[in-house]
Design a protein around this ligand. Structure first.
Ligand SMILES: [Zn+2]
Length: 207
């Protein structure tokens, strides 16, 4: 990640968010993903946001990671605005519908029809859908961990990996600076215990 606050943070990405991401990096909550963490021997079911400015970077990084780790690249894609944020028991319901159940059903088809046993949830920041739903960066991660628990319980998939895609905006050469991190839940819980009574007390982004 950039060492200083980037000059062109995108809309919805506050300096407090940047500081929080730096804190998560320092605490090793956000790490480089390893082949062991991905554990995608039969391919993956990636779940990501439809965001037209970032989805390609999210998807191509995911495919490249699978390929480099010598896992089969056969993504059974679940993409919808804010999809990774909509799987938890306490996720917002869209238009009064059980969108969480719909997406979990979609994940289940990947397991049943394609025998894929690895789900990768990739929320991203900044996310317009998260902003629309009033979901902070911290809450985004919490909802993904809630979704992870639910997928394990309802679909019976053992490997559910959470990553975070970050768009830092354009650098001085006018190039997009985007990065995908692996989110280590154990380190996340340790940091929360050390710093906050619970994550709901963590800093909220200014949006
Ligand atoms: Zn989004």
């Amino acid at each position: 990640m950039p060492s200083e606050v980037p000059p062109n943070l995108p809309k919805g990405f506050s300096i407090d968010d940047f500081k929080h991401i730096r804190e998560l990096r320092a605490a090793r909550v956000l790490q480089e993903i390893t082949p062991e963490a991905l554990n995608a021997v039969a391919g993956t079911i990636p779940v990501f946001c439809s965001d037209g400015d970032r989805a390609w970077d999210i998807f191509s990084h995911h495919a490249e990671t699978c390929s480099k780790a010598n896992y089969p690249v056969r993504p059974h894609i679940i993409a919808f605005p804010g999809a990774p944020l909509l799987l938890s028991e306490d996720s917002p319901k869209l238009l009064g519908m059980n969108t969480d159940e719909l997406f979990i059903y979609g994940i289940g088809t990947g397991q049943k029809l394609k025998s894929i046993t690895t789900v990768v949830l990739v929320p991203h920041w900044p996310c317009g859908m998260a902003r629309q739903l009033g979901i902070s960066l911290t809450r985004s991660l919490a909802l993904c961990f809630g979704g992870k628990k639910r997928i394990k319980k309802l679909v019976g998939i053992e490997t559910v990996v959470v990553c975070l895609h970050v768009d830092y905006g354009k650098n001085k050469h006018d190039n997009d600076v985007m990065k995908t991190y692996y989110v280590n839940r154990e380190q996340w819980v340790l940091l929360a215990a050390a710093k906050y009574a619970d994550w709901s007390a963590a800093p909220e982004p200014k949006i």
